[in-house]
Design a protein around this ligand. Sequence first.
Ligand SMILES: C[S@@+](CC[C@H](N)C(=O)[O-])C[C@H]1O[C@@H](n2cnc3c(N)ncnc32)[C@H](O)[C@@H]1O
Length: 301
Amino acid sequence: MSKPLSKLLREEQLAFLARDRSAWGEHLNRVRAFLGKGLQAADPTRPVLILGAGSGLEVPWALAPPLTTGWDADPWSHLWTALRHHRWPPWRFEDLTGGLAELGATSRRAVLEPWSGRRRGQEAAKKRLAGLLPSLRPEPQALRVWIRTHRPGTILAANVMGQFGVVAERVVERAFGGPPWEQDPEREDPLAEALVAWTAHAIEAFMQALRESDADLWLVHDRAVVFGNGGLSLGPWEDTWARQLHSDGQPFEASDTLAGVDIPALLLRDELKLVGKERWLWPVAPGQRHLIEALEVRRNR
Ligand SMILES: C[S@@+](CC[C@H](N)C(=O)[O-])C[C@H]1O[C@@H](n2cnc3c(N)ncnc32)[C@H](O)[C@@H]1O
């Protein structure tokens, strides 16, 4: 993990923990119950892996079997977890997309002329990066190797998948020295579109690595971020997540955190057994609610 990336993730985590958490109670209860169920159902004789383990705010480590490893690229995550849960589990700090370092290097190359070190004009740099992004293919090599070596019986993805796109945006913004995104919603933004495609590849490759494992999967992630102050409720489960959202008539905007990737559909393609699925709303900040999706996937053993 490169220094700038670990610094970026540490700053993101600090900003996350510094938020007002007074309205998070129901989310924390539900996510801890879901992950706790996964840890209790795990075969205690086989390794367990917790991806996006973070500071352990959402992870009931007291229920984790002895052979449980945490994985989070934030360099402080292990220490935070130890302080919160009085436990010092084995830990991996690598980037789970496997592609952030290359994304950062490519973004910097697009911004600076390599021969002179001079900055390109903003529009030229954006166009250049939008053209380069489709050739990048994020691959979670470190995760694949870990899975092949340790053969975990259970893997928990603890609210990390929905972060891949957000972190990718921050990486690009750092290279540009600020957000390069088109502000006018009426105008096209080829760079933003190319980054959404990169994020979709990262999520699909990550899911492919999990599907190839022999592990039961407990996946919880931001399915969408909903902006707006009006009342919002959830109807019964709908395969198309946007259909599950019902407003009280006030307008809202929902952005897809998983770049259009439909996780249950991906799992069914491999005939994995999706035995549990639920969604709930997490009021993260005033005017910002996250639609959380939790999926329990079992193997035919
Ligand atoms: C929303 S937080 C999850 C919080 C965590 N489940 C907990 O209980 O504290 C997302 C976590 O994913 C980590 N993360 C984000 N992108 C990552 C990546 N590409 N590789 C590894 N970890 C990543 C962040 O460092 C952060 O700790």
